[in-house]
Design a protein around this ligand. Sequence first.
Ligand code: MN
Length: 192
Amino acid sequence: MRAELKKYWTKRDFKKTPEPKGGKPKKFEQPVFVVQKHQARNLHYDFRLEIDGVLKSWAIPKGPSLNPQDKRLAIPTEDHPREYADFEGVIPEGEYGAGVVLVWDRGTYQNLSKKDGKLVPMQHCWEDGAIEIFLGGKKLKGGFALRRFRRGAKDLWLLIKMRDRYIDEQEDVLVSKPNSVLSGRSLEEIEK
Ligand code: MN
């Protein structure tokens, strides 16, 4: 049992939703990230980062950007099980997050945060609200910063592309590459 997943489990009825219950021991070496495009009441993107065996999660209303001038609002949501990084499908009506989920991007990541020449553990970065990571996705590559800028009943963060050779200030990657990296399908095709 993972205490962090309690909120995730209590929100869902696993007899009704196809989402994974998760919480199994870890098999993979490298920590993963996933971006899920989620057509619920509002279209948004869920950004998830594996930290100590669970997926720390943020809802990003406008989605990620490769343009370092874009500061994308990221609203923390409940921790998800690692297995959720593979989930794509339809959450039935009446269930939490009802709608269509597509794996928009996925890959491994590396922690870039150093202090006195040593890596700062990801858990500390998350607690401090200052994350810098190198994403190895199919669409999102290079350095990204996640920064908490407001604490309170609702913490708020920003997701910002760091300046490196992977920036793209011309093209909107959400528009040019809208489909699933797992299946190539669009939201509409998954819904059918
Ligand atoms: Mn969502």
